[in-house]
Design a protein around this ligand. Structure first.
Ligand SMILES: [Zn+2]
Length: 125
């Protein structure tokens, strides 16, 4: 869901887990990294709630106002959390990288409104 492409692990850690295959099975659950797999399990099934939960609890959900503001944007329908697989973006070494541009766009739109409230109130008429 988050688009994470790989998880780095020391050779010693791989050896401790019993080799490459075992290490892979240890860090990926059905193609999901552990935080995403945990979110799916807590949500009961794969779906929008699991995706939102995984994103908001990832530590990579950033924007002006932080997680609280992102949660409000999701509730207001302003922000849609898409799983990486539905985003068309390349996988990344950073979880949820595909959401960063979307959040940056919303932040910029908000800055624009705050900078010039008169202009946006005129546009809204
Ligand atoms: Zn993930």
């Amino acid at each position: 869901m988050c688009g994470l492409s790989s998880i780095s692990m020391s050779a010693a850690e791989v050896a401790r887990l019993g080799g490459r295959e075992q290490a892979r099975a240890e860090v990926w659950t059905g193609g999901l990294c552990h935080p995403c797999a945990d979110a799916v399990e807590r949500a009961g099934a794969m779906g929008p709630t699991a995706v939102e939960r995984a994103y908001l609890s990832s530590g990579y959900a950033r924007g002006s106002g932080g997680v609280v503001a992102l949660r409000r944007r999701i509730e207001d329908g302003e922000l849609t959390v898409r799983p990486w697989s539905a985003s068309g973006a390349s996988s990344s070494a950073t979880p949820w990288a595909h959401m960063a541009a979307e959040v940056a766009r919303l932040d910029e739109a908000e800055r624009q409104r705050l900078r010039d409230p008169f202009e946006s109130s005129v546009r809204a008429e």
